[in-house]
Structure formats: structure tokens, C-alpha cells
Design a protein around this ligand. Structure first.
Ligand code: GLA
Length: 386
């Protein structure tokens, strides 16, 4: 338990604990920063933090999985680098909350623990941001609603960590719930929940591969989307973002974009259309159609957005051939990470092992997998009574 670990690490009890789940991107790949819709799921694995006040003005961070401590002065801190950079997530959130008016009369000691596999594309970074946000609000008695907490997390990532991400990861970690998908209208920043049909299961197949340029490739895709929108403004001045441009309009003005930008834009408009189609199929309990749309999404990533890698494609291909699988696709930014498979309850351990055997045969190394269900969104936790 994080409280016991806190005592081991800091020699006293925490005053506040908080937790936030990781997320799966169900569908709506790279639509968020383009102002489109996206669907995500909060999983039943999370990042937890525990905090207690210090009498000085230092902020000190320790991790359950690492030795050492990172400390900064709360009145003057800047992004950290090297092996201290993991503390940029809670530091970025601290900076945003101070800007939002949170008073910090004293420093704190924070411990972080997590049962989210790192690098599996489940956005442990957003979970860390949201857990820290709820932790600080508990410690400093500051209130923010869920939507603002998600926005604070995203701004921390954009401004302090330096990733130009959209609101998907933080929004899903904030608004997730059991048996629910979170729908985000990223243009208006509206968050809602859709009920999942019964007997829907999630399996995550982790390639443990991460493209060495993953952060810069994400930035490149972001720029390509902005450029495609800029070029489309000549014929479509009313379109405020790429998500407002349909696949038919793109095809009509393909010559303005050229091959690469056309395919990038086609992925975004296709994903926006698929999100709405998935929502409608879910409403009818039509998981077969949902599954087809998930496979289409992956194919568009592979061909148009080029954010898949062969390791992800092999997993998706094997899942396509497997019984009891509705659909599968890469989840999150891409260029490595994990595949999400959506299955019925009959898909089991033996089926999952066959999928990784196909992977092992091709790549000579293992992919890991786990079953996960939906879980609750970020919150402050209850300290156990002493
Ligand atoms: C990452 C980002 C999100 C989103 C996805 C792709 O997870 O953090 O904001 O852009 O990639 O959909």
C-alpha cells in the first residue's frame, strides 16, 4: 500500500493520497489536437501519489520503483533533464495550479507508485499528472472541477514537459468510469460518457518497442496536420480545424496538399467519421461494426498516418484471424507501444498466447499481454484510519 511505502521512504505518514487511471484510446487517433472527437477508456490500473507537507519551501519527489530523491524550490523551478525528468509531470502540474491561483504556503514530499506498465501506450504520464493534481488540491485545499483538472494536466504536458499533445489522455483519466467509454469533443472540450455493451473485454499487447524518435515524430505529425489545415483554408475558410474538413472535401482539393499531407489529413477526417460511426454502432449494441471500424482505423494509421510499425501490424493481423475478437488497433500516439484488442468474454489466456506466439515467430522476441477492464477516473483517496 502506498501509505506504508510512504512511511518507509519518508519516515512519516502521508496526509493525502490520490490516484488516476491509465487510458486506452478506443478510437479517434490524433484527432484531439485537430479539434475532432475521440473515445477512450480508463483502465483498472493506475498511478497513485501520497503527499505530506514540509515545513520549508522544497518540493521533493520519490518513486516506489527507483532509488533517490528529486527536490526543487517551489518558488523557482524549471524543467529537469536526464534521470530527473520524470518529476517534470508533477512539477508541470504544480506550476499550472499555482498559475490558476492555488496557494502554496509550504513545500511537500511526494511519493509516486504505479501498476501501469511503463511505455505500453497507456499514458502513465497523464495518470501521473492527474494524480498529482488531485494530490495537490487535497494538500492545499484547492478546488477544481474534472474538466479544469484535465486541462491543467494537458497544459503541464504542453508547456512544461514540451509535448504538443491534445486533451485525450488527461480527459479520459479524469472522466473515466466503470463500464464506460469517455467521449471528448476536443474542439469544445466537452466530456461525456457512453455505456459499453455487456461482455466487452480489453486485452493489451505490448510490443515494448518505442521508436527512438517517438517524441519528434509526434511533433512532426502535429505540424503536418496544422499545415494541411492551413492549405485547406483557401478553399474552405470556414473550417476552423482539420477535423471540420470531410474526406470528400479533402479528395476534391487533394492537389493543394500533395501525397503526404493528403494522407495525413485523410487519417484525421477518416478517424473523425469513424468515431461517430462507432458511437452509433455502440448505441445499437452492434459490436461487429465497432470491431470493423477499429481494424479500419489501424489500417489508416499504417497507410495514411504512418504511425504504426511492423510489430504492431503483426499483432493486429493475428488478432484479425483470431476467434472472439471484435476488433484491434494501435492505441495512442503510435510509433511503438501497444495494440488494444476488444474481445468478447470467450477470448482467454490461451488465445492471447497464440497471438504472442505469432509475434515471437516473426520477431524472435516476446510481446507481453494483459487483460484489463474499465476502471474509475481520477480522485483523491481515503487514508486508512490509524
Ligand atoms: C498521445 C497524445 C494524445 C493523442 C494520442 C493520439 O497519446 O498524448 O493527446 O494525440 O497520442 O491520438
Amino acid at each position: 500500500m502506498i501509505e506504508d511505502l510512504y512511511i518507509q521512504k519518508f519516515g512519516r505518514s502521508p496526509e493525502v493520497i490520490a490516484q488516476a487511471p491509465g487510458r486506452l484510446e478506443f478510437i479517434g487517433n490524433h484527432t484531439d489536437y485537430n479539434g475532432g472527437p475521440v473515445l477512450g477508456v480508463a483502465v483498472d490500473r493506475r498511478v497513485s501519489v501520497a503527499l505530506a507537507a514540509r515545513s520549508d519551501r522544497q518540493a521533493c519527489f520519490r518513486s516506489a520503483s527507483m532509488e533517490g530523491e528529486v527536490c526543487v524550490d517551489i518558488d523557482s523551478f524549471a524543467p529537469l533533464s536526464g534521470n530527473e525528468s520524470w518529476a517534470n509531470y508533477p512539477l508541470g502540474v504544480l506550476k499550472e495550479l499555482i498559475s490558476a491561483g492555488m496557494p502554496i504556503p509550504h513545500g511537500f514530499d511526494m511519493l509516486v507508485d504505479s501498476d501501469l506498465p511503463a511505455g505500453a501506450g497507456l499514458s502513465s504520464s497523464a495518470a501521473f499528472e492527474l494524480a498529482s493534481g488531485y494530490g495537490y488540491c487535497g494538500l492545499y485545499e484547492f478546488e477544481l472541477d474534472r474538466a479544469d483538472m484535465a486541462r491543467v494536466g494537458r497544459r503541464a504536458e504542453n508547456n512544461f514537459v514540451g509535448m504538443p499533445c491534445g486533451i485525450l489522455d488527461q480527459g479520459v483519466s479524469a472522466f473515466g468510469d466503470v463500464n464506460s467509454l469517455v467521449k471528448i469533443d476536443c474542439e469544445k472540450e466537452l466530456f461525456s460518457r457512453l455505456t459499453l455493451p455487456d461482455d466487452v473485454h480489453f486485452w493489451v499487447f505490448n510490443t515494448a518497442k518505442k521508436h527512438s524518435l517517438v517524441d519528434s515524430l509526434y511533433g512532426t505529425r502535429h505540424q503536418e496536420c496544422m499545415e494541411a489545415h492551413r492549405r485547406m483554408q483557401a478553399p474552405l475558410p470556414q473550417a476552423q480545424n482539420l477535423a471540420q474538413i470531410s474526406t470528400a472535401q479533402l479528395s476534391e482539393h487533394q492537389d493543394l496538399l500533395g501525397d503526404v499531407l493528403y494522407r495525413r489529413a485523410l487519417h484525421i477526417s477518416g478517424e473523425c467519421e469513424r468515431v461517430l460511426a462507432v458511437e452509433s454502432a455502440l448505441g445499437k449494441g452492434d459490436m461487429a461494426t465497432v470491431g470493423e471500424l477499429l481494424f479500419e482505423s489501424h489500417e489508416s494509421s499504417r497507410v495514411n498516418f504512418e504511425n504504426s510499425i511492423p510489430e504492431l501490424d503483426i499483432l493486429v493481423d493475428a488478432l484479425k484471424e483470431s476467434q472472439h475478437v471484435w476488433g484491434a488497433r494501435l492505441t495512442g500516439g503510435g510509433f511503438g507501444g501497444a495494440v488494444m484488442a476488444v474481445t468478447n468474454g470467450q477470448f482467454g489466456q490461451a488465445d492471447a498466447e497464440k497471438i504472442v506466439a505469432a509475434y515471437q515467430e516473426k520477431f524472435g522476441q516476446a510481446a507481453t499481454f494483459f487483460h484489463t477492464t474499465t476502471g474509475p477516473g481520477a480522485s483523491q483517496g481515503q487514508l486508512s484510519a490509524t
